[in-house]
Ligand binder design. Structure first.
Ligand code: GDP
Ligand code: ZN
Length: 461
């Protein structure tokens, strides 16, 4: 266990801003109990047992005025989120009342917490590692159950343990190399390099496996950028509407009646789709043809997945062909809409432009094919790893970047040995890999990084 450093006492409102039935003001630090006691009328909080909830009132110590009726949770160090004394004041919502309580606490010896400072203390006091701190942030922002599962998994420390094991492997071999270097009389070079090579390959394999999950992890975290494209009147807005499950987009035959919605999220079987440029869906109906086409080109470039809608009750048009060509290199689903109407589209011609696997017949009007669409999207992203809940995933760019660096360092070790480089040079790359992995968990992270990382948190976390 680590020694817990004594920090000053911080305070913040931990519930989201706005009206609510209850708001929580949180305190953490050495003098948290004293600060709370100074504004609390009820039991003496310094005498109550740890992890109890205590009824009472918040009073202004200057004026004796009663501000609110509250429940105060007392949690003494070290079994708390920050490993410090933590007080949570449950008060009666309302921005004004909650802010006044916070002001009283600040006037009684607490300091306003910086964004993420509670979680930062949990990290500094050794309760969680960086991957767990990041998962706290992911949990707050999780858009689907699946994304949440990955975050919870990470909060449990699964990624941390995996990385720690890899570092241990590297450390062992580095220690062995040191010993061998110290006893040059035993001509152990051959053995040492062989050992280094085997370890580098072993660790590299695990790093590569982790990196394989990065694509899915990132999608779960940030959403899969998806563009619905197609010429006017094929059913794009109807499809968008269907996906949003409520009337957030306007369906109409009259062009131009749009709302300026730029981004919407939908949850498709656990895959968060970030629908890009939904405002552009109607812009293609503009009189000025050029803007429409250009706009869809932009949307196509930005998107990871294209839903290209065609109207099968009409022959293919030049614009359809243009869009088919523009999306040919993309991950796409070609939606053959309006199946409820007689077919006019020449399937033979279409199948020269797309693979059968890309095509999906639908009728947004009758909802035919809508479940298939969801399945298709989920399959595209969970195809290989159906039980993604149980695998350890890396999801954020920081972790992915460091894994890539570690992979490059391990490659340098392997290449170096194969090229017959001296052991002490190879050792440098192996140490670099060790450092890069350590930066993922925070064991070897520079201070600026830690400061920057926690500043992304919302206030009160
Ligand atoms: P957009 O211009 O591509 O956004 O197309 P809209 O979603 O605005 O739809 C254009 C027209 O086609 C509207 O009248 C819709 O009700 C209609 N529509 C959309 N999907 C279908 C479908 O599957 N079958 C039929 N028969 N009509 C549809
Ligand atoms: Zn439309």
């Amino acid at each position: 266990a680590q020694v817990v450093t004594a920090y000053d006492t911080i305070a913040a409102i931990s519930t989201p801003p706005g009206e609510g039935a209850i708001s929580i003001v949180r305190l953490s630090g050495e003098t948290a109990l004293d600060v709370a006691n100074a504004v609390f009328k009820g039991k003496d909080l310094s005498q109550v047992p740890s992890h109890t909830i205590n009824y009472g009132h918040i009073i202004d110590p200057q004026t004796d005025e009663t501000l609110d009726e509250v429940m105060v949770s007392v949690m003494r160090a070290p079994k708390t989120f920050t490993r410090e004394d933590v007080i949570e004041i449950n008060c009666h919502g309302g921005i004004v009342a909650t802010n006044r309580i916070l002001q009283l606490l600040l006037g009684s010896g607490a300091r306003l917490a910086e964004p993420g400072e509670f979680t930062k203390r949990a990290f500094l006091n050794g309760r969680i590692d960086l991957t767990q701190a990041e998962s706290v942030m992911d949990l707050i922002r999780a858009k689907t159950d699946r994304a949440m599962q990955v975050a919870v998994n990470q909060l449990d420390g699964n990624l941390q343990h995996l990385i720690q094991n890899l570092r241990q492997e590297i450390l062992e071999v580095l220690a062995q190399v040191e010993v061998n270097i110290d006893y040059p009389e035993y001509d152990t070079d051959q053995m040492t390099t062989q050992m280094l090579l085997e370890k580098a390959e072993l660790v590299k394999k695990s790093v590569a496996q982790l990196l394989q999950t990065a694509g899915q992890g990132k999608v779960l975290r940030e959403g899969l950028a998806t563009a619905i494209v197609g010429r006017p009147n094929v059913g794009k807005s109807s499809l968008l509407n269907h996906m949003l499950h409520e009337d957030k987009a306007i369906v109409t035959d009259v062009a131009g009646t749009t709302r300026d919605v730029l981004e919407e999220y939908v949850n498709v079987r656990g895959v968060p789709l970030k629908l890009v440029d939904t405002a552009g869906i109607h812009d293609t109906e503009d009189k000025v043809e050029k803007i429409g086409v250009e706009r869809s080109r932009q949307a196509i470039t930005k998107a990871d997945l294209i839903l290209l809608v065609l109207d099968q009750s009409q022959p293919l048009t030049a614009e359809d062909r243009q869009l088919l060509a523009a999306t040919a290199d993309k991950k796409r689903i070609v939606i053959l809409n309006k199946q409820d109407l007689p077919a006019q589209l020449d399937e033979g011609e279409l199948l020269q432009l797309v693979t059968p696997a890309e095509v999906l017949p639908t009728s947004v009007l009758t909802s035919a094919g809508m479940d298939d669409l969801d399945n298709r999207i989920a399959d595209l992203f969970f195809g290989g790893i159906e039980n993604s809940q149980s695998t350890v995933m890396v999801s954020n760019s920081r972790q992915i970047g460091l894994l890539r660096q570690a992979q490059a360092s391990l490659d340098a070790v392997i290449d170096g040995i194969n090229a017959g480089m001296p052991v002490d040079l190879v050792q440098i790359d192996m140490t670099a890999a060790w450092d890069q992995l350590g930066e993922i968990t925070g064991e070897a992270a520079p201070d600026e990084l830690i400061t920057q990382l926690f500043s992304q948190f919302c206030l009160g976390k």
